[in-house]
Unconditional design. Structure first.
Lengths: 246, 246
DNA sequence: GACCTCCTTAAACGCCGTTCAATACCCTTG
DNA sequence: CAAGGGTATTGAACGGCGTTTAAGGAGGTC
């Protein structure tokens, strides 16, 4: 039996009265990123917001990249699935919508996804939740990964496009009084289909339109998946009637 | 008749013997980005590579962001469609594959897409090419945008996931001798589906696997689109037989 | 040769991520 | 309660960054 001063018998040291911890640092980082994107985030600014010098952050975090890794996993934790939803299409669509909503709340997260391998606990939990949905839908083996990827990839790609378009419209509003208008007319000149689509989309409410698009694409690809569902012929339980997901 | 010194009668001044122009600058920027991502690109480095000081770049480009805008449009120009392909599924798949190949060649471009509205001439030309494919497929009006978006968004999302995974594996190879292996085992502990999928994918050739995945998802969503094609019932010309796209 | 415009330089500004010796704080030990 | 030691923070410094600006050189025009 180990003596009474063995590490295993002593309770974990009570945390000291520190001014900082990872959670607070990540919280400030996420707030700064939400407020102004990557341009707003610097180690000095995070430290200032916490009433501390920049160097002290390096006690909790090895580099700024590591801080961004933590921030990304933090917001991945906001994606939620309804575990009681038995209809696989509704479950998949719900997860996708929650995913999209989070990416729209934290625009910077999208750039992080493209730049950083993602191995935090929330990333794993999210993957498991997605796999569970697709597994209940009947997919298994290689098809399980693949089915989930179809949905996840669509979410990411759709939000990339949506945000790029939204930014373009914002720039248009502020900068495009006349000069750029002319450039646009000229640039779109040789592109009749593009011109007609741009003309048609001029008046619509961009946000509602994005949501309709997202739902449409989701229906398209859930249809495609449904046709490949292993027991799609003999198991109709928990199946939503039509194509519409919402 | 205008006098002989009118601007319209004088030929455009022969370009002076400059050491720089936008094309050369963008070329160097793309090369640096291809070589080492964003960390390699600085105005000073671009200037060095051209045998010039950093400040002189600002004669051709207002900011570094503007240079990145040019670089992004430059690589978007590499995406090519076969204009003679009459089967709409093959045409859409070809464009998607060319798109994916370009994003894999220029990994940094993906981050740019998430951060930058994209209004260059090559971006417009690419959009028109995509619209043309979907228009020939029978889509029109709002459905035309939507159908193209389904395919494009998938390309972007799939490459994001593919690169993130590839990076994770690379980190795994270099850093994961033992310490991280333990972390992984623990992190995946509560996630049985994830654990089984990770175990299953350990031995496969990652690149081939990515391509199979990409083709699978493409089939899924082209199936979904085919079911919504306006004249899908009475127009079977140029229709590829089965589901397999490749 | 004088002039003017175009292009480039060199230096500077302020901010950045990161490192490090010095130091203060607080808990444990004697 | 004094001493000691790991814990946590400071402040200064380094080199690199994007960008600005005054000064100057290099071509073409008169």
């Amino acid at each position: 039996m180990p003596s009474s001063d063995s590490v295993w018998l002593r309770p974990d040291r009570p945390p000291r009265d520190r001014r900082l911890d990872r959670e607070r640092i990540v919280g400030v980082a996420v707030a700064l990123l939400d407020a102004g994107g990557h341009r707003e985030l610097s180690m000095r600014r995070v430290a200032d917001a916490l009433g501390v010098t920049a160097g002290s952050l390096y006690w909790y975090v090895r580099t700024k990249d590591e801080l961004l890794e933590l921030a990304l996993d933090h917001v991945l934790g906001e994606i939620a699935a309804d575990p009681d939803e038995t209809d696989w299409r509704l479950a998949a669509a719900g997860l996708a919508r929650s995913h999209r909503a989070m990416l729209l709340r934290h625009r910077w997260a999208l750039s992080e996804l493209t730049v950083r391998p993602n191995l935090g606990p929330n990333a794993f939990a999210l993957a498991e939740a997605g796999l569970r949905v697709m597994s209940r839908a009947g997919f298994a083996g290689d098809g399980l990964d693949a089915a989930l990827a179809v949905v996840n990839d669509h979410v990411v790609g759709a939000v990339v496009a949506e945000l790029a378009w939204r930014d373009a419209l914002r720039d248009a509003g502020t900068n495009w009084t006349e000069t750029v208008g002319e450039y646009l007319r000229e640039a779109v000149g040789g592109h009749p289909l593009l011109a007609s689509r741009m003309a048609a989309s001029g008046d619509a409410d961009a946000e509602r339109e994005s949501e309709r698009r997202f739902a449409f694409a989701l229906d398209v690809l859930l249809d495609g998946l449904a046709a490949r569902r292993p027991q799609s012929d003999d198991d109709m339980s928990g199946e939503s009637g039509g194509r519409r997901v919402r």
